[in-house]
Design a protein around this ligand. Structure first.
Ligand SMILES: [Zn+2]
Length: 210
């Protein structure tokens, strides 16, 4: 077993929720395959943050709120392009619940995101308007955290945006590839890895390389 990561490194487990797993409303292929990998990974970190996509039922990232539009089309929002999704992770529903196999009892906090109807939030740090902070950066900094390792669902959206924003807020960041799965629509996965590489996010193929 490799040495535990430095105590100043936190693990961020992104959106391992029923709706992103097979059978869910916005299932990521093999999404549930990350659960045992993440459970083992999390045991090596003293500080673990879980994130939870948590939308009102009429959230504007839902294609159902845009007459004539279909899921996976892109529309222009005041803050820029927005991919439209099937209704997913409606707050308080079973689909929004964390996957029941997730076993991380020492997780210190759950960062919910996407709570405002008008603005999506792939990132755990900054909403899609690129202005509204969730407060996670301050929470981590106050605990002496200087680096984050990101895993979960989906690689090319919420994981990538979270890792990129971690860099924006001055944290070192890495993504564990075997602890993520992607949606990969319209070349999004290749683009996400390129963006992350350009921002200095470390690509970690396997947890054993940490
Ligand atoms: Zn969402």
């Amino acid at each position: 077993m490799p040495a535990d990561p430095d105590p100043a490194t936190a693990l961020i487990v992104v959106d391992v929720q029923n709706d992103f797993c097979p059978g869910g409303a916005l299932a990521v292929p093999e999404g549930d395959a990350v659960v045992p990998v993440i459970n083992a990974l999390a045991r090596r970190f003293a500080t673990v943050v879980l994130t939870q996509d948590w939308h009102p039922a009429d959230h504007l990232s839902f294609a159902s709120q845009h007459p004539g539009r279909a899921p996976f089309e892109t529309v222009e929002m005041p803050y820029g392009p927005q991919v439209l999704w099937p209704d997913h992770c409606v707050r308080g529903t079973p689909g929004a619940a964390l996957h029941p196999g997730l076993d991380i009892p020492h997780a210190a906090m759950i960062q919910r995101k996407g709570l405002r109807r008008e603005v999506d939030s792939y990132s755990a740090f900054l909403e899609a308007d690129r202005a509204t902070r969730t407060g996670l950066d301050g929470w981590l900094a106050a605990r002496g955290i200087r680096a984050v390792v990101v895993c979960g669902l989906a690689t090319d959206f919420c994981v990538a945006w979270t890792a990129l924003d971690a860099r924006r807020f001055g944290f070192a960041a890495g993504v564990v590839e075997e602890a993520c799965r992607a949606i990969d629509t319209g070349g999004s996965l290749a683009r996400a890895w390129a963006d992350m590489a350009a921002a200095g996010v470390r690509r970690i193929a396997r947890a054993a390389e940490l």
